[in-house]
Design a protein around this ligand. Structure first.
Ligand SMILES: [Fe+2]
Length: 245
């Protein structure tokens, strides 16, 4: 008897073609970002969210607290907007244009980095608090999209002695004590940066992501699905265990 050939349908995992990153690895600092009314609104909302903050897990930052901001929060419609994206895009495009026109190796004509397409990404907005004793060591942000996203750090309050530092292309280290109502835009996989240890005071920021593409890397889901903040239930369990002993 002849056994009939059985054809098996193989599921081929989708592959994502990732073009070479031709962007200038820039960081831009924009002080006095919002007008007084919008800044006051953000301050009030952040004061309200502060009580939700929990110790961070699975982060290279030490001693930091944080929480996700609910998508219905007025923070989003005030700060995380297309208008914000457009202002950052303009600044980054100028930096990119200056870098690529002066670079002898630049052979492509796309010298604005494609930032004109910059828009709000769908990674949740986070609030992060750096209390006394916290810090973040040198690192470059991981790409979440096929075209590296722009990570935005908006400082809401800063009574700390901590500095945000970054290393430019030529190795120059820039230090900034990020002022309340300032914004720092950081291109992922770009310049290394860190937050020096807080010895006194506290720094509170909002963090969100801008993107020029909707095509994500697996790192997007990896970052979202792992436990990022210690849940109250788990803290409770720990307390109960301690009680049992
Ligand atoms: Fe970072």
């Amino acid at each position: 008897m002849i056994t009939p050939v059985r054809w098996t349908a193989y599921r081929v995992p989708p592959t994502v073609f990732r073009p070479r990153n031709t962007r200038a690895a820039a960081i831009v600092y924009l002080p006095n970002f919002l007008d007084a009314e919008d800044f006051a609104l953000i301050q009030a909302e952040v004061a309200h969210e502060r009580r939700k903050c929990l110790a961070e897990e699975n982060s290279i930052a030490e001693g930091r607290l944080g929480t996700y901001i609910t998508p219905t929060s007025p923070i989003l419609e005030t700060l995380v907007t297309q208008q914000t994206a457009a202002r950052i895009a303009g600044k980054l495009a100028r930096v990119q244009s200056n870098t690529t026109t002066t670079s002898k190796n630049n052979k492509n004509n796309d010298n604005d980095g494609g930032y004109v397409r910059l828009r709000v990404g769908d990674f949740p907005v986070e609030m992060r608090v750096y209390p006394s004793g916290s810090h973040m060591p040198w690192h470059a942000d991981e790409a979440l999209y096929v075209e590296p996203q722009v990570e935005v750090v908006y400082t809401v309050a800063n009574t700390s002695d901590s500095l945000t530092e970054w290393r430019e292309e030529d190795g120059t280290v820039v230090s900034e004590r990020t002022a309340p109502n300032s914004l720092l835009a950081i291109v992922a996989e770009g310049w290394e940066h860190r937050v020096t240890p807080v010895r006194r005071g506290e720094r509170t920021i909002l963090k969100f992501v801008l993107t020029t593409t909707d095509t994500k890397l697996t790192t997007f889901e990896d970052n979202l699905s792992r436990p990022n903040y210690r849940t109250p239930q788990r803290t409770k369990k720990k307390k109960n265990l301690q009680k049992k002993r």
